[in-house]
Design a protein around this ligand. Structure first.
Ligand code: ACO
Length: 331
């Protein structure tokens, strides 16, 4: 018998910067069109952070909303994890900056790197920390200022991403199953299909590197597309089996919001198009924030209600991927 504790999500929140950049706005930055972007990706617009706004600022806003939704104070948190590929700085962690902003004085804090899969990895990590009894209450954030790390001269990538943050508060206890078992995977042999090659210890920052624009995200879009479809689809099938649940029992499927055609391919394979949640049209791909923002929206707009089973799935650089099941049981 599993003696571990039940873990529940007791609050969620999201923050999107005010500035809206439409596909038409992008037409004046790179050679592209609203029609090309919408037909290939399902995106119409994205939010872009204000100058001076860093990832921890976005994360702290989402965190405040999640804490208010949970009805608890930041001082009750034992743990803060920020999933991000666009940290404020290499170090200290963005999580420590968030801690300072929200006043989570008793928490220990760290960042988690799993690219676009980060929020699900962080959710699973926090869930296991709580289930084991190591901590009681955790804040998990996916936050990204992608606009600072994409190449605004590269039309094949700059049109795809947006900025934003989402957060969830997890706590021991609750009725039902709460955050259930996850399925996770990684494949480092494919790292070069989606990465930022310059600026780290492999290729330290230099004038030459900057001239070559190696400090920006690079992607082989077609290859990433194929792997994303297979990995997210497989992960959902596996997580249903692991938890002894059928796809028919799931009220809502929330995938990583990278591209509507990736989502449609997964819907078709699983036969769940009527229950697939998407908001990629409004926010584009916000990397690790995307799942957290979509979960918050699905709960706030009433798509997800207490007692519902929710399947989450992600894919990102690394490659990394995963899926989780929630029995929604917010107190
Ligand atoms: N506007 C107009 N034309 C463009 C643009 C653009 N923004 N970008 C590329 N093109 C052109 C290319 O130059 C190419 O022209 P050519 O045929 O003359 O050489 C043509 O369009 C086709 O380019 P492809 O890259 O083959 O286009 P594709 O249909 O594969 O769509 C896309 C590209 C949208 C990037 C797609 O591959 C995709 O969505 N891949 C997955 C990307 C993704 O979701 N990544 C993130 C997942 S993981 C994570 O979230 C980190």
């Amino acid at each position: 018998m599993d003696s571990r504790r039940t873990v529940s999500i007791i609050g969620t929140g999201a923050y999107l910067p005010e500035k809206v950049v439409t596909n038409r706005d992008l037409e004046s930055i790179v050679e592209t069109s609203d029609d090309w972007i919408y037909s290939r990706t399902g995106m119409r617009e994205r939010r872009i952070a204000a100058e001076g706004q860093a990832t921890s600022d976005l994360g702290a806003e989402a965190a405040r909303k999640a804490l208010a939704d949970a009805g608890i104070g930041a001082e009750e948190l034992d743990l803060v994890i920020v999933a991000t590929l666009s940290p404020d700085m290499f170090f200290p962690s963005t999580a420590c900056f968030v801690q300072e902003k929200i006043g989570a004085k008793k928490a220990y804090c760290y960042d988690l790197g799993a690219a676009c899969s980060g929020f699900l990895y962080a959710l699973d990590t926090a869930k296991n920390q709580i289930a084991s009894g190591a901590v009681d209450t955790a804040l998990v954030i996916g936050a990204e200022k992608m606009s600072a790390f994409i190449d605004w001269q590269d039309r094949s990538t700059c049109i795809l991403f947006g900025d934003g943050a989402g957060a969830a508060v997890l706590r021991a206890g609750g009725t039902g199953r709460g955050v259930m078992e996850s399925v996770m995977g990684s494949d480092g042999s494919l790292a070069n299909l989606l990465w930022t090659p310059g600026g780290g210890s492999r290729n330290p920052i230099s004038h030459e590197l900057v001239d070559q624009r190696q400090q920006y995200l690079k992607m082989e879009g077609r290859e990433v597309f194929k792997h994303a479809v297979v990995r997210m689809g497989d992960a959902v099938v596996q997580v249903l089996e692991k938890n002894g649940v059928s796809a028919d029992d799931v009220k809502c499927f929330i995938p990583h919001q990278a591209n509507i055609r990736i989502i449609d391919a997964i819907s078709k394979r699983l036969g769940v198009a009527d229950r697939m949640y998407t908001n990629v049209e409004k926010y584009a791909n916000t990397s690790s924030a995307a799942l957290a923002i979509a979960l918050d929206e699905a709960v706030k707009d009433g798509t997800v209600q207490n007692g519902d089973l929710v399947a989450l799935t992600v894919f990102g650089g690394g490659f990394t991927w995963g899926a989780n099941l929630l029995e929604w049981n917010k107190p």
